[in-house]
Write a protein of this length. Structure first.
Length: 368
């Protein structure tokens, strides 16, 4: 009996040399830019070169645009670093968005309730502790349920996002300024509490300095996370649990404890990112303060294969492309959804490149 095989079949690659992986990723980015240029040209009739120059201008066209791009990079990188320990032990923390948001809420609460009552340095310290504690709690809850009752961490962390959103909505309704605006405006922006709780105010009187300190702090955090995962006992235990829970148990590692400790750390780092988002960047609070970065950070961590230093490059690329997409929509009279479509196309190609790095499509029919 003849058995006909498919003309094409997919096979897992052996480890690909690093330079070939770089070429595949680079080719994916080039293809993404070409497709985006074609789509935008069809919609606007503009020369593709104008589209590319608009992307550059959107990210780095003015000092203010450059700082905003670096701010987006820093916050995205901070959240990506936060989810890395949990993902490395294969605990699928999809709740980074909520963990960041609850950190934002704790930070804003301290700024509003304690502004002017404490010295600025003491207030910022209280804000950091509150944000980290709130984020750690949001990470601890799904971990303890997983450790005790083996609940599904993906669903649990996802649902925690909605709780954080509703708590934030409630807080905004209580603190709205002016009344009836459904917004709290810029926190501590005038009067005796002007700039109180703004982290940049600790180092200079300039508002724009906030962005610089955000970048510096997150780059230091990247180095610390790398050292923690690479050279500490806790990092080793996370790696062992991620490779095989059975092996970890056989080696005497208490897996439930690792779950709880690592998720508390992951949530704490997300909470700290929330502190930076409010104290160093936006100086306000809303349900969109996290800006969806909690989900984008998952992509960054996965593409970087949990390497904090590679995350810097990927966060920079995504932040650059995102700001460029927004500028395209603005300059060419397109609505905000077009910029999201462009960003989605770019992410599609980048994610697709990972398939060709890990797998190969072989041709050739065989007949039996």
């Amino acid at each position: 009996m003849n058995k006909r095989q498919s003309l094409f079949h997919i096979a897992k690659r052996d480890t690909l040399p690093w330079y070939q992986a770089v070429l595949i990723r680079g080719g994916a980015i080039v293809l993404a830019l070409i497709v985006c240029a074609i789509v935008t040209t069809l919609l606007t009739g503009e020369n593709p070169l104008n589209v590319y120059s608009t992307i550059l201008y959107g990210a780095f066209g003015t000092p203010r645009k450059s700082w905003v791009t670096f701010h987006n990079l820093a916050i995205l990188l901070g959240i990506s670093l936060a989810v890395t320990p949990a993902f490395k032990m294969r605990f699928w923390n999809i709740g980074a968005e909520g963990q960041v948001l609850i950190g934002c809420l704790a930070t804003a609460a301290c700024m509003i309730c304690l502004g002017g009552k404490l010295p600025n340095a003491a207030l910022i310290l209280v804000m950091i502790v509150a944000a980290i504690a709130a984020g750690a709690l949001w990470g601890f809850l799904p971990a303890i349920f997983k450790a005790k009752w083996n609940t599904n961490e993906t669903l649990f962390t996802l649902m925690m996002n909605y709780i954080a959103i509703q708590l934030t909505s409630f807080a905004v309704s209580k603190w709205e300024n002016p009344p009836g605006s459904n917004s709290i405006g810029t926190i501590n922006s005038k009067g005796d509490v002007k700039y109180v709780g703004w982290i940049g105010n600790m180092f200079s009187d300039g508002y724009n300095k906030d962005f610089m300190w955000t970048v510096i702090i997150v780059l230091i955090l990247a180095a610390l996370v790398y050292l923690y995962l690479k050279y500490t006992k806790h990092g080793y235990e996370i790696a062992v649990v991620g490779d095989s829970e059975n092996t970890a148990r056989y080696a005497g590692i208490r897996v439930p404890r690792i779950y709880v400790r690592t998720m508390a750390l992951s949530g704490a780092l997300c909470g700290f990112a929330g502190f930076l988002a409010v104290s160093a960047v936006s100086h306000t609070l809303s349900t969109s303060t996290a800006g969806g970065r909690g989900f984008t950070a998952i992509i960054v961590a996965w593409l970087a294969k949990m390497n904090p230093f590679v995350m810097i490059l990927i966060s920079a690329l995504l932040s650059f492309l995102d700001k460029g997409a927004v500028q395209i929509a603005s300059d060419f009279g397109l609505n905000e959804y077009v910029s999201q479509i462009i960003s989605g196309v770019i992410l599609f190609f980048i994610l697709g490149s990972e398939f060709f790095i890990n797998y190969q499509v072989k041709t050739g029919a065989k007949h039996k």
